[in-house]
Ligand binder design. Structure first.
Ligand code: ADP
Length: 721
């Protein structure tokens, strides 16, 4: 049963009773009264799957509020212990062994010695080690658990994480798994309607803003006024009014956002949270602003449950480069816990679905995992295990390769699927999906969210890195850009999990971005791979990623001269098309569509044999030479294949002669600037936007929303809406 009030809501009511109605009137801003340029009254909000980052645009750092609401319950299904099993199916064991051999290869390459008995040492030690009880007094960072609900109180953020599973259910209202989502529509157990999700979202945001204002109030300057605020805002702060209309807000949204999520979030911010105006920024652009990079950049954001990759060129996110991978730091946590148990780690009944079991697993992960090969040997760690209702224990344990094998799975992520609740498809609560459907064009009813080539390639498990043969690779590239893609209706079928390895997905994103914008950008993008997100804090993440990209980048796409070769090739294809068109102009009515690459693609009504079996590119290449006289629309693709094959052979012959290191585009992975937390870069980026003139053009007010509805977004975004 849903409790009817919360502490916060009660406080709200009290406040409203004490507060004169006047303050609402006084502070409700009219459109022409809003100072769009004033960054001091702008709140920047970044919803994340683990936490919401929220702060005033002139603050140094945001508050980090866990994306969690604890609801009291007497009927908790998640009370049942669902302990981590040590036994695993054979395929899991094989994948684990493969990761271990990848680890060993790396150690060998860097000439690090591995002791033959490392595994035995670790499991031998762990099987006899026992937890040592430690008295309460000595405890550092003790958690005071909330075990029994008080008056049906709902707990929010950090407090929610102190509520035990016995009498509470934990809900996460913000984006948990699907790409492009702002709201969590993947929880199949705890949400039965989208209104509940909205309700929790509002709860967390209201609570966060209160804490934000409190933080401001605590930072009075010498004169007893609040820094950076106008007198009106100061008064509002002092009176602690529950009225956000003195504040504007910038919302950070996913790169390939779902329109219905964005629109509902704007509605909540304007009508429920009463912000005077809302503006939006895509996360990868925010990352560029936040890290101060001005050149074309590939942004890799490894978060808790998702990893997002997108390239930013000339101030905008390249649509075809966006991809969301369905794994992140949480999957590393689950795998690491499992590996520890397989090495006899002394933790009975470890349930990582339970709030304390998860906390312990996260602490262990952050303490131990690394990509720094020098740090991987048999080593001893200390850990303090805290479980509600049980004595606190200090555990001494040993690890060996678990510390690197777990994060290495980012590059061989199939193993993660064994530890996910849904191992094949993206978890979606069908009921919530129905209530918050995908966006469709008003006239054609065709889905009209952003569509990314990289996302499609990865979902189809067809990446450039998997091609061994240069001709097949270049053909695949031409297929991707020359052919009109059929867009799947995402509501028709279950979305398969996107478990493409991180390195391959980055290569795909960079290649598609450059093919889309300008192929010479390959060089800039490879030298500016920005890694952000909490998971990028793993030591030496940048080194590992650089190596992995170098290993998996197809040779053809790594060559300095590739851009020129490719441009020449496109020219020749264009010429070929023109000559075919001229030959056929008297016989066939034939339309062409010019793609943004400047290459025209035939869309004539004539269906050819080749167009039908395009999947067999390799076979097409083997066909006999067609006499010039037979050049026609029918075999245009065949002619292109033939020409490409000849050009490619010539190019490879020319380059083979001089292949030294300088001929390859250098890969450079850039971590977040030293003084900045990589999980806060996005938030920081939006605070930069809040302070420049451009932002004034981007705000949407409640009046705008009332009058124009979502159509206003087409005029108020930095990107195509
Ligand atoms: P989100 O935006 O999805 O909330 P964040 O970018 O804040 O995610 O990153 C949270 C993830 O980063 C979690 O999985 C967390 O365990 C992981 N993380 C945070 N610090 C570290 C660390 N020092 N080492 C490894 N992982 C970390």
């Amino acid at each position: 049963v849903e409790p009817s009030t919360t502490i916060d809501e009660e406080n709200d009511n009290n406040n409203n009773n004490n507060k004169p109605i006047m303050s609402t009137v006084e502070f409700t801003a009219k459109n022409d009264e809003i100072d769009f340029g004033d960054a001091a009254s702008t709140v920047v909000i970044q919803p994340g799957s683990e936490s919401i980052k929220i702060g005033f645009a002139l603050d140094d750092k945001p508050l980090i509020i866990p994306n969690c609401v604890a609801i009291p319950t007497t009927n908790n299904k998640s009370n049942l212990i669902n302990k981590l099993q040590v036994e695993q199916p054979e395929e899991f064991i094989n994948l684990k062994e493969h990761l271990q051999s990848t680890f060993k290869q790396r150690m060998r390459y860097y000439k690090r010695r591995i002791q033959a008995n490392s595994y035995d040492q670790v499991s031998g030690f762990n099987s006899v080690t026992r937890g040592e009880p430690i008295p309460d007094l000595n405890e550092n960072g003790k958690t005071s658990w909330i075990e029994t609900p008080k008056d049906n109180t709902i707990y929010i953020g950090d407090d929610a994480l102190r509520c035990t599973n016995k009498n509470f259910i934990h809900r996460k209202p913000f984006c948990c798994s699907n790409a492009g989502a702002i709201f969590n529509i993947s929880d199949n157990n705890n949400y039965s309607s989208i209104e509940e999700v909205y309700g929790d979202s509002i709860r967390i945001l209201k609570y966060s803003i209160k804490r934000l204002i409190k933080r401001r109030q605590d930072r009075k300057n010498k004169n007893g006024t609040f820094e950076l605020y106008t007198s009106e805002q100061n008064r509002a702060l002092m009176e602690d009014i529950d009225e956000n209309s003195i504040f504007k807000c910038i919302l950070i949204i996913p790169d390939a956002f779902e329109k219905t999520h964005v629109e509902n979030m704007i509605r909540l911010l304007l009508t429920e949270l009463k912000f005077s105006a809302v503006a939006m920024m895509q996360e990868s652009l925010a990352a560029c602003y936040g890290s101060g990079t001005g050149v074309s950049t590939c942004v890799v954001n490894v978060g808790a449950s998702k990893t997002n990759i997108a390239c930013v060129d000339d101030g905008s996110v390249v649509e075809n480069s966006c991809v969301t991978l369905d794994y992140g730091g949480d999957d590393i946590t689950r795998l690491f816990a499992k590996l520890l148990l397989m090495s006899n780690f002394p933790y009975e009944n470890w349930d990582t679905n339970n709030i304390s079991g998860w906390k312990n697993a996260e602490l262990l992960k952050k303490q131990c995992i690394t990509f720094q090969d020098v740090d991987v040997t048999t080593q001893i760690f200390n850990f303090i295990r805290r479980i509600p209702g049980e004595r606190t224990e200090k555990i001494e344990f040993k690890t060996f390769d678990e510390v690197m094998v777990a994060p290495l799975a980012l590059f061989e992520p199939k193993i993660f699927t064994f530890l996910k609740q849904n191992s094949d498809n993206v978890a979606i609560n069908k009921n919530l999906r129905k209530q918050l459907p995908i966006s469709r064009d008003l006239f054609t009813n065709i889905p009209n969210d952003w569509e990314s080539l990289t996302q499609d390639n990865c979902r189809e498990n067809k990446t450039y890195s998997d091609f061994q043969d240069n001709f097949a690779l270049i053909n695949n590239i031409l297929d991707n850009i020359l052919e009109n893609r059929e867009v799947d209706d995402p509501s028709n079928n279950d979305q398969k999990l996107n478990m493409i390895p991180l390195d391959k997905a980055i290569i795909q994103s960079i290649t598609n971005a450059a093919l889309d914008v300008d192929v010479t950008k390959l060089s800039t993008l490879y030298s500016n791979i920005l890694i952000i997100g909490g998971t990028s804090k793993i030591p030496a993440f940048d080194f590992m990623l650089t190596d992995r990209i170098n290993i998996w980048r197809p040779r053809l796409l790594s060559m300095n001269s590739f851009a020129n070769f490719y441009k020449g090739l496109l020219e020749k294809i264009k010429d070929l098309e023109t000559s075919v068109k001229n030959k056929n102009s008297t016989t066939t009515t034939n339309t062409t569509t010019v793609t943004n690459n400047g290459v025209s693609t035939p869309t004539s009504t004539t269906t050819t044999k080749n167009e039908d079996d395009d999947d067999d590119d390799d076979d097409d290449a083997q066909t006999d030479i067609v006499p010039k006289s037979k050049l026609s629309q029918d075999n245009l693709r065949e002619q292109i294949d033939l020409m490409v094959k000849q050009e490619l052979e010539q190019y490879m012959k020319d380059t083979e002669a001089h292949t030294s290191g300088e001929n390859y585009l250098p890969v450079s992975v850039v971590p977040a600037p030293h003084d900045r937390d990589p999980s806060l870069i996005l938030w920081k980026g939006a605070t930069v936007l809040a302070q420049i003139k451009l932002i004034e053009e981007l705000y949407i007010t409640e009046t705008d929303w009332d009058v124009h509805g979502s159509r206003i977004l087409q005029h108020k975004c930095l990107f195509a809406y």
